[in-house]
Design a protein around this ligand. Structure first.
Ligand code: GLY
Length: 236
């Protein structure tokens, strides 16, 4: 964010030192800071000149930090790659970790090349983040890590879509088992008032509508535009 703002932008290189940064935030040029009203509300698009990812560094991470990044890795499997989803039966390490990071980055690269400024298909990358950002804000950005919030956000979105006729029962059961194996939560308590307050400030909301990502089977994520209030009314 500093590089994007200083002198209206200077060149910079990203050297991700967490799995979360390697597969998501270092790639695609989104920079931002959180405001009291919500996450990432002030920012700019600014592409790095280079992203340098050393998987040996990732192997040195404490297990809880590594697992936290796995939520975003699992997201890529659910969203766009059944092969990746199936690979994640075990926590990735060594050469598998390199292949997994590459698969995530390639998926993100392909999406960002089609929609750098997040006006359409890039919103697919928000899978799990609609409810996830609410959990992070409700917890004051301290009670839950981003990975925990995204993990619970993906399962909550699946529960929502199943309750609203979009299907996905089998995927939800598989995802819950997978997240539990990675030590990630499958639900976070949140009341309807908090949901309404936080979702109203969500960047993906436009007036009374919001675009969310639904997935019936691993690798088949798609965008659906909905009335905003349907996300807190009749919650499963
Ligand atoms: N982290 C979501 C995106 O880069 O679009």
């Amino acid at each position: 964010f500093a590089a994007a703002s200083f002198l209206r932008g200077i060149r910079f290189i990203q050297v991700p030192t967490t799995l979360l940064a390697a597969v998501d935030s270092s790639v695609g040029g989104k920079t931002a800071i959180d405001l009291p009203a919500g996450k990432n509300l002030a920012g700019a698009f600014c592409q790095p000149s280079l992203v340098l990812c050393d998987t040996d560094t990732l192997n040195s991470l404490p297990l809880d930090i590594f697992r936290d990044g796995c939520a975003e890795v699992i997201k890529y499997g659910v969203l766009g790659s059944r092969t990746l989803f199936d690979t994640l039966a075990e926590i990735p390490s060594g050469e598998t970790l390199e292949a997994v990071v590459a698969a995530c980055v390639e998926q993100k690269r392909d999406i960002v090349q089609c929609d750098e400024f997040d006006r359409g298909m890039r919103q697919l990358l928000n899978l799990g983040h609609t409810f996830g950002h609410v959990y992070e804000a409700a917890g004051g950005y301290a009670a839950y890590t981003h990975g925990e919030a995204v993990a619970a956000g993906m399962t909550q979105m699946l529960r929502w879509q199943i309750a609203h006729g979009f299907g996905g029962d089998f995927l939800l059961a598989r995802l819950e088992r997978l997240l539990a194996r990675f030590g990630l939560p499958t639900a976070i308590d949140c009341d309807g008032d908090t949901l309404r307050r936080c979702l109203t400030h969500d960047k993906k909301a436009a007036g009374s509508r919001i675009t969310v990502v639904v997935t019936e089977r691993p690798g088949e994520g798609r965008l659906e535009e909905l009335p905003l209030e349907s996300l807190w009314e009749d919650m499963p």
